[in-house]
Design a protein around this ligand. Structure first.
Ligand code: MN3
Length: 199
């Protein structure tokens, strides 16, 4: 089986001005495509070629020999979710079940937002910030470096944001905090996030 780049569910202009069409073309069509192309090349003819993306990630996690496969598979998974977390006219009110869980877990929506933005800011270099649901049902924020992936840590992700420079430099230059704030306030598809809650 070979992996394919999924099309975006929205137009390249849909997130403008918070994430420009230029950024989406570069990030989706070039960067994400490169992860998919590299992954397919690296697993071709190996036992991994018949595995699911999640199986490839968990199988290759921590293996120095399979670092390249892990990186490209992890980034393919991360980006698939990232694109789904956003929509045109995103942000705004949260579905009530998700809002209640955020208040219960963080003390309030503002505290969650501060916590999530700080995770994104303090991820040194490249990486990701995630909102996850722990096994006890509570929500938490986690950050991971580079191409690491929440599946490899057995974490259930609700949503996440790419803080590699390719995700924001065209639109925000070095202002990563502004990008993170715009992601939360203007880009997140909260219905999609709420639908990922484990009941
Ligand atoms: Mn990226």
């Amino acid at each position: 089986m070979s992996f394919e780049l999924p099309e975006l569910a929205y137009a390249y202009e849909a997130l403008d001005p918070y994430m420009s069409a230029d950024t989406l073309h570069l990030h989706h069509d070039k960067h994400h495509q490169a992860y998919v192309t590299n992954l397919n090349k690296l697993i071709d003819g190996t036992a991994l070629a018949s595995k699911s993306l999640e199986e490839i990630i968990t199988t290759t996690s921590g293996s120095a020999e399979h670092q390249g496969i892990f990186n490209n598979a992890g980034q393919h998974w991360n980006h698939i979710l990232f694109w789904q977390c956003m929509k045109k006219n995103g942000g705004g009110n949260l579905p009530s079940d998700l809002e209640k869980m955020i208040v219960d877990s963080f003390g309030g929506y503002d505290a969650f937002k501060e916590n999530f933005i700080q995770a994104g800011i303090t991820q040194f270099g490249s990486g990701w910030a995630w909102l996850i649901q722990e096994n006890d049902g509570k929500l938490a924020v986690m950050k991971i470096a580079n191409a690491d992936n929440p599946v490899a840590h057995d974490k259930h992700v609700l949503m996440g944001v790419d803080v590699w420079e390719h995700s924001y430099y065209v639109d925000y230059q070095n202002r990563r905090p502004d990008y993170l704030k715009a992601f939360i306030d203007n880009m997140i598809d909260w219905e999609f996030v709420a639908n990922r809650l484990k009941k």
